[in-house]
Design a protein around this ligand. Sequence first.
Ligand code: PLP
Length: 386
Amino acid sequence: MKATGFNRRKFLQLGSTLAVASTISPISYGATLLDKNDVKPLGNDENIRLFSNENPYGPSQKVLDAITNNTNRVNRYASFHSYSTDTLKEKIAKINGIAKDQVIFGHGSFEILCMLTRTFGQQRDGIIVPATTFNVTAAFADRIFDHKVKRILLTDGMDIDLETTKKEITKNTKLVYICNPNNPTGKSLPAAKLESFCKELATTNCTIAIDEAYVELMEPSRRPDTIELLKQKYNVLIIRTFSKAFGLAGLRVGYAMGLPETIAKLNHDSYTFSGLIGNPGIVAAITALDDTDYVDEYRKKNVEVRTYMESNLKKMGLKYLKSDTNFMLIEVKDVKRLKEELVPFGIAIFPSGGKHYPTWARISIGTLQEMKIFFNAINTMNWLTS
Ligand SMILES: Cc1ncc(COP(=O)(O)O)c(C=O)c1O
């Protein structure tokens, strides 16, 4: 597996860490929906991007070839030909053993998370989310409605608190959002626990949105069988993306699978009429779904680099959470200082674990070379734990 993009390859081949670092220009920042008080690097090509949990190796060669070989279709809408939204829908339905009307697309899963706000969040207490989590549905709801979303703190062990969540459900609750594995902790819930949580909620009016953006990076044996829950007609909405394990973040293809009535409701409330994804994204997604070896290879590679990170963090005496994903939450004395001191090394990170975890920095797992540069950099900072 090799890094794609000439700039990055060239950059990584340059000599010592500090020599590399000194050639890199400062990063610019822009505000995001994720946390109004945070800022996020915009992504200069020359930076080591450890802030967005992307697949640092890019998509597989087969996927790149498929995109290149199908550029003659870009003058056409993505309907009524071999690589159409309908073909992708069919494929996802077939792989998962569900019907086509149980699948909806979004411009990345981000769009689906925003659709949830419109459909389920209008009423006070309509949505419950963990705090902290991937804060799109809740942040969007806070922004557009005149009430705050109900947030349930994580447990002392920084896990999603299913017990308290259950207790907080009222007749007004329409949606419970569970991110599994959770972002920014990287931790996942025990499969059996999440499965029984979903079954217990069958007596309520709630849709349980399970954001599985990183599920392909989990060991298969640890994954909850959310598809089986859906097949048994539990009211789950499984949200997935081609942005992470498949390495297609720039093409913006996300999807969700749910009960036909949930999907119909989302379609009804959606201004995109479900599925206005661009042709290159569709071609890439269809090809990527067939290239399962590539995802297996990335998962293995990610575990290898994560293990390297764990052993270095242990050596340095830094606290971290055991992650099931391609990012890790690491505790340091001053997160903002860490972010700033990494800039001259050309390394961009996400500043914090959110307002509840201000001493934790979320570090995406890059290539081994990138993480070596990262550790060389943080080894120069003797204040991290003091
Ligand atoms: C948990 C989670 N869900 C959804 C997304 C959105 O991803 P995309 O819109 O690229 O599918 C992200 C992106 O980082 C994420 O971390």
